[in-house]
Write a protein that binds this ligand. Structure first.
Ligand SMILES: Cc1ncc(COP(=O)(O)O)c(C=O)c1O
Length: 381
């Protein structure tokens, strides 16, 4: 048996890794995945094809293709009112490699990283793999950030606070006051504050996304991780970016470069086209997610013992359930009935008693899947 490092022994085979590799029987109804059902918009694919023909098939320069880095800075200026230059930004392999990079750059074994509870499960996985400690801070009763609870969790070992907004799995869009509170706390305690905004453009009507970069007075400690995966339905293209504090870009890039190499050049050109082209494709997908989210919310609400949170952003429906069974077991029963979902316990300590369903799939799949979930709940009740 190969001798695994102490930290990898701890994380390998966890719920997250198991989920990623499990073989799904043919016909499984997929309400578990983070993949949008839409094709990548044609003008983005065309830009990649044009870039291949134009010879963008070699190592990309420095932090990334200048067209992409400039497009990112223009977008940040337009949406967050913040001024960044292309030498403060670099291309990443989706948001995932950005997550790995910030943790590797800032955490030593034994250091603590504060996460909201529940949150995207990759964060704790990476933190533990580095021998550091994820410190989960429960949200308040409305699944919003409880800044006082975060303050209480800070110790002299805390190095950073990381959250995703909108939140995966809860679908909650965080409010300006909470983000303001976190920036002030981080300034007071000298911590990095990292925002993963992979779902920033997928908002239900009436919800507003507040970019962390808009808190410009804190730019020396705020970091943005972003992704093209969800906004532009580009999960397989593997493109994201990181926006860094002054003076840290080359350090963070150096960590990233050591594991990822440069990001594919023609994919970066497609990313520039995505940011600079019409955003109507994004609006159209958001309108579809509104229909799908409303449908899934209604169907889940009709299941006895299921209490869904009203969708706000992203494409996940997070549901509390009233059954005296652990979420892994309920998830297993749903799986055996032919539906893949996610157990709430994957996302943090408060995830027990919850399930996460994806509404990035079409309405027929939602109806079929939630019908089966309903039957399982009726049997278990
Ligand atoms: C909150 C959040 N961040 C980051 C990612 C990773 O996405 P990617 O690496 O494709 O950008 C995901 C994927 O599900 C996610 O939910």
């Amino acid at each position: 048996m190969a001798r695994l490092s102490r930290y990898v022994q701890h994380t390998s085979g966890g719920q997250r890794a198991k989920h990623m590799t499990v073989k799904r029987p043919p016909g499984t109804t997929r309400l578990d995945s983070g993949t949008p059902s839409f094709p990548t918009p044609p003008h983005i694919s065309q830009a990649a094809k044009d870039a291949i023909d134009a010879g963008y098939t070699f190592y990309a320069p420095g932090y990334g293709e200048p067209e992409l880095l400039e497009a990112i800075c223009e977008t940040i200026h337009k949406e967050a009112g913040a001024e960044y230059t292309p030498d403060e930004v670099f291309a990443t392999n989706g948001a995932s490699s950005g997550i790995y990079t910030v943790m590797t750059a800032f955490l030593d074994p034994g250091d603590e990283a504060i996460l909201m509870d529940p949150t995207f499960s990759l964060y704790a996985h990476v933190i533990e793999q580095l021998g550091a400690v994820p410190v989960y801070v429960p949200h308040n009763d409305e699944y919003h950030i409880d800044v006082d609870a975060v303050r209480a969790a800070v110790t002299d070992k805390t190095r950073l606070i990381l959250f995703c907004n909108p939140n995966n799995p809860s679908g909650v869009v965080y409010r300006r006051e909470a983000l303001q509170g976190l920036t002030e706390l981080c300034a007071e305690k000298d911590l990095f504050l990292i925002s993963d905004e992979a779902y920033e453009k997928i908002l239900q009507p009436g919800y507003e996304h507040v970019p962390l970069l808009s808190f410009t007075e804190h730019r020396d400690r705020i970091i943005l991780l972003n992704s093209f995966s969800k906004t532009y339905s580009m999960t397989g293209w593997r493109l994201g970016y990181m926006v860094t504090p002054p003076g840290l870009t080359s350090i963070l890039f150096g960590v990233h470069r050591s594991i990822n190499g440069p990001i594919c050049s023609f994919v970066q050109m497609a990313g520039a086209a995505a940011l600079r082209g019409s955003q109507e494709c994004v609006a159209e997908m958001a309108r579809e997610y509104h229909k799908r989210g409303s449908l899934m919310y209604r169907l889940a609400g009709e299941i006895p013992g299921m209490v869904p949170i009203q969708p706000q952003g992203g494409f996940y429906l997070y549901c509390r359930y009233e059954l005296p069974l652990p979420s892994k077991e309920v998830n297993q029963r749903i799986w055996e009935a032919g539906v893949a979902a996610r157990s709430g316990s994957e996302f943090g300590t408060t995830g027990e008693g919850h399930l996460r369903f994806t509404y990035s799939v079409d309405e027929a799949t939602i109806e079929k899947g939630m019908g089966i979930v309903r039957q399982v709940f009726e049997q278990l009740a």
